[in-house]
Design a protein around this ligand. Structure first.
Ligand SMILES: NC(=O)C1=CN([C@@H]2O[C@H](COP(=O)(O)OP(=O)(O)OC[C@H]3O[C@@H](n4cnc5c(N)ncnc54)[C@H](O)[C@@H]3O)[C@@H](O)[C@H]2O)C=CC1
Ligand SMILES: O=C(CO)COP(=O)(O)O
Length: 416
């Protein structure tokens, strides 16, 4: 199954130079990687593996150990164990908690090689070391993988200032954004600015539990300048069942991953109202248009082609069909809006976190600061439903925000 998928994708993609590069570079079987693809990792070290120079090692710390964080650690660990360009050990920072049996989560992960709370039943790889001490987890790493719910990133970065290795590179798997006084700030930029390091992003149609059991999926790495760095990340994550492409569009990739969570809330509301597939497809289409328009208004560099990568339409589809945001929003609509998202999140997700509700709020702040609500009726309505200003049924009504036709005409030409 995996190999037929793989050949299908390699056949379909050759027109796209970047994707072809990534396919050649990323999911490398053992034999190929051992032939020695020369991807240098700056300033590695602290290892005594073989005769290879210390400078050639990528030493990885995964910052986060939730559902996706644990699967990311598993993917990375399988490659780190195989490829000489990476140090074997993968440190995974665990936000420590005490389990019902009184044991610490990090201790249990190290004893059983499983994250019994966020990814039960899946072995992470014996080279994954859970570490509850953030500073210790990152101190030797020169490849930092950020994968926590977005609301915690700023606090984590504050603790990391001055604590990371010079020359370290980062990648963010985090879907979300922050809104500052100066305006919206993507999470990769927050990491870059606070830590003074380059930060790529990896987003895609990546429901973690499916990747955990090695069902085929794709992902997109977005990079700013340095394609070699992006390909090194693709190599770190890519496997035969996880096909990673690289594109030079950090903001486009990150905004796709961020904004689709708002559309997923809308899709869940539609499910909870039993509106059927046509309505849900309409919501996804309108949502995709708003995603693209919002992204291009914020960053004129965002490419249309990015929306056709895994991070774009594919992630939108999978999240609207099978994600946590969709699920909790469905329950919210079934309660007639009487139960809160916070309450339903705690009950249904057992410690996992929704990103869509807070992202809808952050997007709404941007829209209201700039007077754009009328241009983004779906995004606006989702937020107003989440905070109880509108009933769940408003998702298919739009009465409050029927777009102003004359504004829309000009806007449509430019952005839709
Ligand atoms: N789960 C999935 O299928 C996917 C998730 N993502 C994204 O990955 C990011 C991380 O999500 P998951 O790994 O799924 O996490 P999760 O939602 O499964 O788990 C929540 C995590 O937050 C931690 N946490 C709780 N309080 C904290 C605090 N005060 N400070 C720091 N950490 C705290 C918990 O220990 C736990 O590790 C999110 O942005 C999400 O959108 C992206 C693709 C797939
Ligand atoms: O981002 C995801 C899939 O790519 C997961 O979405 P949810 O957080 O809605 O489960």
């Amino acid at each position: 199954m995996v190999s037929s998928f793989f050949s299908l994708f390699t056949c379909m993609a050759p027109a796209m130079e970047e994707r072809r590069d990534a396919i050649e570079e990323a999911p490398v079987p053992r034999a190929e990687s051992d032939r020695g693809v020369s991807v240098a990792v700056d300033g590695g070290g602290g290892s005594d593996r073989g005769a290879t120079s210390e400078q050639s090692y990528g030493r990885v710390a995964v910052i986060g150990s939730g559902n996706w964080g644990s699967v990311a650690a598993k993917l990375i660990a399988s490659n780190a164990a195989k490829h000489p360009m990476f140090h074997d050990e993968v440190r995974m920072w665990v936000y420590e908690e005490t389990l019902p049996n009184g044991e610490k989560l990090s201790h249990t992960i190290n004893q059983t090689n499983e994250n019994c709370k966020y990814l039960p039943g899946i072995k992470l790889g014996v080279n994954v070391v859970a570490d509850p001490d953030l500073e210790n987890a990152v101190k030797e790493a020169n490849m930092l993988v950020f994968v926590t719910p977005h609301q915690f990133v700023e606090g984590i970065c504050k603790r990391l200032v001055g604590k990371i290795r010079p020359g370290a590179e980062a990648i963010s798997l985090i879907k979300g954004m922050e809104v500052k006084m100066e305006g919206p700030c993507m999470i990769s930029k927050l990491i870059s600015d606070m830590l003074g390091i380059n930060c790529c992003v990896l987003m895609g149609a990546n429901i973690a539990n499916e990747i955990a059991v090695e069902k085929f999926s794709e992902a997109t790495v977005g990079y700013r300048q340095d394609k070699e760095v992006a390909q090194r990340w693709a190599r770190l994550f890519g496997t035969s069942y996880f096909l990673v492409s690289v594109v030079q569009d950090v903001e486009g990739v990150e905004l796709c991953g961020t904004l689709k969570n708002v559309v997923a809330i809308a899709a869940g509301l539609v499910d909870g109202l039993d509106m059927g597939n046509n309505t849900k497809a309409a919501i996804m289409r309108i949502g995709l248009r708003e995603m693209r328009a919002f992204s291009k208004l914020l960053f004129s560099s965002v490419r249309d082609s990015t929306f056709f990568e895994s991070c774009g339409v594919a992630d939108l589809i999978t999240t609207c069909l099978g994600g946590r945001n969709r699920r909790v929003a469905e329950a919210f609509a079934r309660s007639g809006g009487k139960r809160s998202f916070d309450e339903l999140e705690a009950e249904l997700l057992q410690g996992q976190k929704l990103q869509g509700v807070s992202t809808a709020k952050e997007v709404y702040e941007v829209l209201s600061n700039r007077g754009w609500q009328g241009l983004f009726p779906l995004f606006t309505t989702v937020h107003e439903i989440c905070v109880g200003e509108l009933p769940p049924t408003a998702i298919v009504e739009y009465s409050e925000h029927s777009p102003n036709v004359s504004i829309m005409e000009g806007f449509t030409q430019h952005y839709y």
